[in-house]
Ligand binder design. Structure first.
Ligand SMILES: [Zn+2]
Length: 133
């Protein structure tokens, strides 16, 4: 089920599908809690053939997206502790932030990759294939 119309970049991000056609799978496994292949991306889209690694080291840039998502998560946890816990101590903040960061690591890792790919692979556009076979 997708909440966004086809062509909207948020559709490929929320469904974790190919940014170019929004139909083919993007990751090897449908969920990220398989530790050996937490964020393994397919070589190319099984539907349209779009290569997902458009240049060597392409996904190093996803670390910037991951950083932003983790900062947003940590700030959200800190605000939640401040609002929900009466007279919060420093350890409340530390354990809440570390706990949620640890539990949500696979999701944030995968979202950072699909967001990064969606930023550089246009929907329905010309295929970007710098590293052809
Ligand atoms: Zn595709």
């Amino acid at each position: 089920m997708a909440f966004f119309k086809k062509g909207n970049p948020l559709r490929s991000i929320t469904t974790q599908k190919c940014p170019a056609c929004q139909e083919g799978e993007f990751f090897v496994h449908p969920h990220g809690y398989r530790t050996s292949e937490v964020g393994t991306v397919l070589d190319k889209c099984p539907k349209c053939g779009q290569r997902y690694t458009i240049e060597p080291g392409f996904y190093f840039g996803a670390a910037y997206v991951s950083y932003a998502l983790n900062v947003a998560l940590m700030v959200s946890c800190a605000v939640a502790v401040y609002v929900l816990v009466p007279e919060p101590k420093a350890l409340h903040y530390v354990f809440t932030i570390l706990g949620f960061t640890f539990l949500l690591f696979p999701g944030i890792f995968r979202f950072s990759r699909i967001i990064w790919a969606t930023m550089f692979i246009p929907f329905g556009g010309e295929k970007r294939q710098f590293n052809k076979d």
